[in-house]
Structures are given as structure tokens and as C-alpha cells.
Ligand binder design. Structure first.
Ligand code: CO8
Length: 261
């Protein structure tokens, strides 16, 4: 296995087709420094290209998924410098990954940590997880989608409350508001995420990619445009061997053998 400074990367699942990426900067509660985010985007991009991998699980530690962007790194930055250097531009790499990413969140998911979890496609939480956008408390505002993705998950009033007060919400609340899709005991979250990832990885890779693209369009465009794109992507599946194989296997009452073609 390749060694990283801020990450642990492992291959999981009965068919070794799930990648588990663990943020590993325990001394700073996985604060997302430049080096960590650069490593993370490089690793995700290489997993995206790896034919053996069908789904990615992203997790942190029991204490923290990630406690935000690195405040030490930001403390003395000036306006011209952050604009000029495109400060934290590399974060958007996470949103360009074509394979599904499941965030398995234990402990703090704050600021950039909450935003990172929202860039993923599914969020599972441990019972002790806490989500929040506390940027306002330190004199700034969310900068990696917190003001844009959070309202799409939880609605305006709740998002405003979270962004304007800096208060944290717990896992149960996050589930109730629609931010996370399931809550598990802390020691089960990663395993449950891997189980779901294995299920996803058992489907056709290429069709999974089209499905992710279609659902994501729901957050980017109008209903009419989104439906038009969905229809075209649906039609596109008819150009794939895997579509024919899936339907044929169903009718022959056997398991499909997908090739990703
Ligand atoms: N950055 C740097 N270091 C951190 C961070 C952070 N975000 N969070 C915690 N740490 C460090 C602490 O400084 C401390 O280090 P040391 O031991 O050297 O003093 C260590 O981690 C442990 O932290 P605490 O002692 O504070 O642990 P507690 O259990 O007492 O508290 C908390 C845990 C509640 C999580 C607390 O650490 C905290 O409030 N952290 C800051 C949370 C926060 O404000 N996050 C938002 C940061 S701003 C942001 O994310 C902007 C995102 C913009 C993204 C833009 C992308 C384009």
C-alpha cells in the first residue's frame, strides 16, 4: 500500500472493489490543511480511474470526521493572496469524482468538514456525530458549499439557523432534517457504509456513473432541464452491453454479469 502523510487508504469488500479513505491527522482533529486536501484530491482522482474500484467510502476518526479548514493556516492570510492563489480551489476536485462517495461520519463534521461530507453522495452518521458551520464564530462564512448545499438538504430556515448561529446539530437531528440518510452506533458506521458501497459496486460501473450524474443534475438545474438530461442518460444506457445484460439476466432468472461496457 502507498503511504500518505494525511490519509490511510485501504481496499475493502468481498470482491475488493470498495476503497476506504480515512482522514488521518489526529492531532488537529483532521483539520483540512492544504496538504491534506491536495493528497485527498489526488487519491480520489486515482481511485476514480481505477477499474477495480466501484465505490469509495470517506471517513475520519471516532472523534472527528474533520473539524474544518485549518484555522492556523488561514489566520494571517490576506485578501489579495487568497484570491491570487485561488485559496482552497482544489476542494472542488471532490465534486468532480464520477464514482459514488459515501461519507461515514463520526464525531465533529464542522465548517469545511461538514462541507466535505456534503460534497459526498451519501452521508451515514454515527450516533455521536455533530454537524455544524461555525465559521461565523471565527469571523468568516462557509467557503466550500456550506451556504449552498446545506439549504438544499435541510431547507432555508434550518440552514440559516446553522450558518448564522454557528450552533451544531447532532446525528439524530441531521437525520430528521435530511442531511444524513442513516444513523448507526459509532463502531458500525464504516462497516455499514462499506456494505452499501459493495452493493453499489455490484452494479454496472458505467450505469452507476450515469445515475450519479443524473441525480446531481437535480441540484444544478431546472426540473425541465433535469428531466431532459435524465431522459438522454436513460436512452444512453441502451447503447451499453450492461443494459442488455441486466435485462436479459432478469428474464433468464440469473445474476447479471456486468462488464462496464
Ligand atoms: N483548524 C486547525 N486546528 C484545529 C481545528 C481547525 N479547524 N480544529 C481543531 N484544531 C486543533 C486545535 O487547535 C487543537 O490543537 P492543539 O492541541 O495544538 O491546541 C486540537 O485540534 C484539538 O482541538 P481542541 O483542543 O479544540 O479540542 P476540543 O475537543 O476542546 O474541541 C472542537 C473540539 C469543538 C471541534 C474545537 O476544536 C473547534 O471548535 N474547532 C474549530 C471548528 C471550526 O471553527 N471549524 C470551522 C473552521 S473554518 C472553515 O472550515 C472554513 C471552511 C472554508 C472552506 C473553504 C474551502 C474553499
Amino acid at each position: 500500500q502507498k503511504q500518505y502523510q494525511y490519509l490511510l487508504v485501504d481496499i475493502k469488500g468481498q470482491n475488493s472493489n470498495v476503497a476506504l479513505v480515512q482522514l488521518n491527522r489526529p492531532k488537529a482533529l483532521n483539520a483540512l490543511c492544504d496538504g491534506l486536501m491536495t493528497e485527498l484530491s489526488t487519491v480520489l482522482e486515482s481511485l476514480d480511474k481505477d477499474d477495480k474500484i466501484g465505490c469509495i467510502v470517506l471517513t475520519g476518526s471516532t472523534r472527528a470526521f474533520a473539524a474544518g479548514a485549518d484555522i492556523k493556516e488561514m489566520q494571517n492570510r490576506k485578501l489579495a493572496e487568497v484570491i491570487g492563489s485561488g485559496f482552497l480551489d482544489q476542494w472542488s476536485a471532490v465534486t468532480r469524482i464520477k464514482k459514488p462517495i459515501i461519507a461515514a461520519v463520526n464525531g465533529y463534521a464542522l465548517g469545511g468538514g461538514c462541507e466535505l461530507s456534503m460534497m459526498c453522495d451519501i452521508i451515514y452518521a454515527g450516533e455521536t456525530a455533530e454537524f455544524g458551520q461555525p465559521e461565523i464564530v471565527i469571523g468568516t462564512i462557509p467557503g466550500a458549499g456550506g451556504t449552498q448545499r446545506l439549504p438544499r438538504y435541510v431547507g432555508k430556515s434550518k440552514a440559516m439557523e446553522i450558518v448564522l448561529t454557528g450552533n451544531r446539530i447532532n446525528a439524530k437531528e441531521a437525520e430528521k432534517f435530511g442531511l444524513v440518510s442513516a444513523v448507526f452506533p459509532p463502531d458500525r458506521v464504516v462497516d455499514e457504509a462499506i456494505k452499501t458501497a459493495e452493493k453499489i459496486a455490484s452494479h454496472s460501473r458505467i450505469v452507476v456513473q450515469l445515475a450519479k450524474e443524473a441525480v446531481n443534475a437535480a441540484f444544478e438545474t431546472t426540473l425541465a432541464e433535469g428531466n431532459r438530461l435524465e431522459k438522454r442518460l436513460f436512452h444512453t444506457t441502451f447503447g451499453l452491453d450492461d443494459r442488455k445484460e441486466g435485462m436479459t439476466a432478469f428474464l433468464e432468472k440469473r445474476k447479471p454479469n456486468f462488464t462496464g461496457q
